[in-house]
Ligand binder design. Structure first.
Ligand code: CP3
Length: 361
């Protein structure tokens, strides 16, 4: 892989310091889905590009969209504009987005021969548009804030591949998990290899922190979570590049509705855990101790309320987490498309104003 130009030093490294639980002046803040439909400038670029996938697959446009929320708000991180489903697409499953229906695959994965035939994609080839976007974003950021790369967890990717899209009951994925666990493991093993090399390619292209999205781990039983989700997250994290350019590349592992399993998640080798809003982040901190940092966990629904209410809820999350480093302020899941951008600003500004009090020595 080509070495990118010598990167500028970081002006604002609060995100990386918080993920490593190093001392700070205030709590860093970014938002899951911070580039997206709630921003009029995003909707405009998407319309010009023709589709969401066209934005993802064009490095210049993906870079422009990544930077949009940073031009509006004083955020402490950029996150690559892409999708978790780029991997199954690169495995030949034919990703498309049907209007109003979310993601779909032309060729779902249902049988033993489907799984046997799946390639482990070479990120330098069929996912080159992603690594090109990462290098370009790094160049355009000029060291303002760190860039987060990401991928889906094998289990979450497998649900979309087996179901052929989003699902309510995960009928086909669970039929395979319980009826043919051997097949599900073959699929998860290929996905774990693919995710590992994809994330490492993002690091080589310039990603400075990584996040693994396990959006659907929370629909599993405790035993199935350990066997079909956690174990592969652990395998991936063990295979990741630990540092680049002399700086550690921290990894955030997020299982939505994974609250019951935070202790086990804190043993995967991740530097930090994403926490959704169903947990008190102070309880989460007491449970994981000093093993990992935490990222979260304002209910994205709070952003429907007026700014003064938003400030009160930001204050509560900061108070629950309490004194000291190791907290990255975020929503507990992605920002909703109907949210007024000024309400996102109220959240971000409240973190800037209220969090320094938690970092005095
Ligand atoms: O956080 C960011 O700003 C980075 C960009 C990002 C997107 N998707 C852009 C996107 C990230 C990190 C993702 C991850 C992703 N994609 C997940 C895991 C995180 C989560 O939300 O749980 C999942 C499950 C997907 C799969 C996916 N992609 C779905 C279910 C959808 C449709 C959802 C919807 O809101 O309609 C997408 C499309 C998608 N990915 C959009 C964006 C901005 C909306 C596309 C559009 O309509 O313009």
């Amino acid at each position: 892989m080509a070495e990118s130009a010598v990167p500028a030093p970081l002006d604002n490294d609060r995100l990386l310091r918080a993920l490593l639980r190093e001392p700070l002046d205030r709590t860093p803040v970014w938002m899951m889905r911070q580039a997206g439909r709630y921003l009029p400038e995003y909707r405009k670029l998407r319309q010009q590009a023709g589709s969401f996938l066209a934005l993802c697959q064009n490095p210049e446009l993906a870079c422009a969209v990544t930077l949009q929320p940073l031009e509006r708000f004083p955020l402490d991180a950029a996150i690559l504009f892409s999708d978790i489903l780029t991997i199954p697409h690169a495995m030949g499953r034919g990703l498309y987005f049907a209007a109003g229906e979310g993601p779909r695959f032309e060729r779902p994965v249902r049988t033993e021969s489907d799984i046997r035939a799946l390639p482990v994609p070479d990120p330098g080839d069929s996912l080159r548009y992603v690594t090109d976007a990462v290098s370009l974003i790094r160049r355009e950021l000029c060291g303002r804030v760190p860039l987060i790369g990401f991928a889906g967890s094998p289990w979450t990717l497998a649900t979309y591949m087996v179901e052929g899209g989003s699902s309510k009951n995960f009928a086909l994925a669970k039929a395979m998990l319980y009826g043919r666990p051997d097949l599900m493991h073959q699929l998860l093993e290929k996905l774990a290899q693919s995710v590992t090399s994809y994330l490492n390619a993002q690091v080589e292209a310039g990603a400075q922190a990584l996040m693994i999205f396990d959006t659907w781990g929370g629909v599993l039983t405790p035993a199935a979570y350990r066997e079909f989700s956690l174990r592969y997250a652990e395998q991936i994290i063990a295979g990741l590049l630990k540092s680049r350019g002399g700086r550690r590349v921290p990894v955030v592992f997020f299982t939505k509705n994974g609250g019951p399993w935070l202790e086990a998640m804190s043993e995967t080798g991740a530097d930090a855990l994403g926490v959704d809003w169903t947990q008190d982040i102070g309880d989460a901190r007491r449970r994981v101790g000093a093993r990992v940092a935490l990222q979260g966990n304002l209910d994205p629904g709070v952003l429907y309320a007026p700014p003064d209410v938003i400030r009160e809820h930001v204050a509560s999350v900061l108070e629950e987490y309490g004194h000291g480093s190791g907290h990255v302020f975020n929503l507990g899941h992605g920002i909703h498309p109907e949210v007024d951008p000024e309400h996102a600003r109220a959240m971000i500004e409240a973190v800037h104003t209220l969090s320094p009090g938690y970092h005095t020595t």
